[in-house]
Design a binder for this molecule. Structure first.
Ligand code: NAD
Ligand code: IPM
Ligand code: MN
Length: 349
């Protein structure tokens, strides 16, 4: 028997709706298995901020750190809501967790499951992983603004790319490619962002020398968006910076069955801190509270969590159940919890 301490952050909007279903599936896959998930629920997000004024307290952070893994729904309110300006939930909570817990590998698999809806007529065998750097790039937030409100106003955002930070995520991407189809694509914008581009290109070339069996290519990010639509099957592992990875993975979700299927893991490969698993999507204020959200992304994120914890058989059962559910979708309307029930039932079958 094994006890796993799991921190659960349902968050805002559809976050709690999809996390309930992920928990349902987690309960189903661990029932009678001797694996016990000891869960702590954290009330964090825009809702908590509006009630208490807290974004992420030191006590919350310390407590979250004492867990083995984290499951997150989505955080953030309606984009542009003035009441949330001071909290900046995205930066003060979500990015703070990723940075403090050193989640430098943001793992975002994209697989077109049989039966999944999609905009592409003949997509072929689409199965790739975006390894998005998670702790640097333009997300670091050391920019600034001066002379606000004057005609001389200046606003800067700086992209931080350290040799240490780039090398470690590039190494993780090569190791992954080596376990997969041995193809790695660096995506950047080296023709314009010459300094950041150069360090990424050089470190990819350096690490590539240690992986002669991995075929390496390079695409500018604008061209990468073309191929993600015209020939996504060409990709195996994409390694890219924090911002390009954010944009590419929403697009990747859209071409592989929709954002409601896209799972992710914020991984600390060194296991110094707990890793955090969450759907790629956000809190979807436009459909929140209506049981319209697809919980599959949250459920597949749970499979990534199980896999990370070494519970590979359980992870495979959850993935297979979701895959079967996707294959049997007939377009009939189902609520969020009906989809969760159906996948949980397949897990137990
Ligand atoms: P979003 O991903 O929340 O929504 C984009 C579109 O996708 C919406 O039309 C939404 O209804 C749809 N959608 C999203 N998830 C879905 C699901 N599971 N099933 C069906 N449809 C789904 O992106 P947004 O509108 O840009 O952001 C809303 C809020 O969420 C913002 O505050 C943003 O900062 C935040 N956000 C949080 C996270 C996170 O916590 N990890 C990620 C992205 C955005
Ligand atoms: C994501 C989200 C976040 C990101 C935001 C909400 C900070 O879009 O997880 O993809 O940009 O990383
Ligand atoms: Mn995003």
């Amino acid at each position: 028997s094994r006890v796993v301490k799991l921190a659960v952050i349902p968050g805002d909007g559809i976050g709690p709706e999809v996390i309930s279903e992920a928990e349902k599936v987690l309960d189903a896959v661990t029932a009678g298995s001797g694996i016990h998930f000891e869960k702590t629920h954290f009330s964090l997000g825009a809702g908590r901020f509006l009630e208490t004024g807290d974004t992420l307290t030191d006590a919350d952070l310390e407590s979250i750190k004492s867990h083995d893994a984290i499951m997150l729904g989505a955080v953030g309110g309606v984009p542009g809501d003035a009441r949330l300006k001071d909290a900046n939930i995205e930066r003060g909570l979500l990015l703070k967790l990723r940075f403090e817990l050193d989640h430098y590998v943001n793992l975002r698999p994209s697989k077109l499951y049989p039966g999944a809806p999609g905009p592409l007529a003949a997509p072929g065998d689409v199965d790739f992983v975006v390894v998005r750097e998670g702790t640097e790039g333009p997300y670091v937030g050391n920019g600034g603004a001066i002379r606000r409100g004057t005609p001389q106003e200046v606003a800067n955002e700086t992209s931080v790319n350290t040799a240490f930070g780039v090398e470690r995520v590039v190494r993780a991407a090569f190791a992954l490619a080596d376990r997969r189809r041995r193809k790695l694509t660096l995506v950047h914008k080296t023709n314009v962002l010459v300094h950041a581009g150069a360090i990424w290109k050089r470190l990819v070339d350096e690490v590539a020398a240690e992986y002669p069996a991995v075929a390496v290519d390079y695409l500018h990010v604008d061209a990468a968006t073309i191929f993600l639509v015209t020939n996504p099957a060409r990709f195996d592992v994409i390694v890219t910076d924090n911002l390009f990875g954010d944009i590419l993975t929403d697009l990747a979700g859209a071409v592989t069955g929709g954002i409601g299927l896209a799972a992710s893991g914020n991984i600390n490969p060194d296991r110094v801190f707990p890793s955090m698993f969450e759907p790629v999507h956000g809190s979807a204020p436009d459909i929140a509270g209506q049981q319209k959200a697809d919980p599959t992304a949250a459920i597949l994120s749970t499979a990534l969590l199980l896999d990370h914890l070494g519970l590979t058989a359980e992870a495979a059962r959850v993935t297979r159940a979701a895959e079967e559910d996707i294959a049997h979708r007939d377009g009939a309307h189902r609520t969020t919890s009906q989809i969760g029930d159906a996948i949980a039932a397949r897990v137990q079958a």
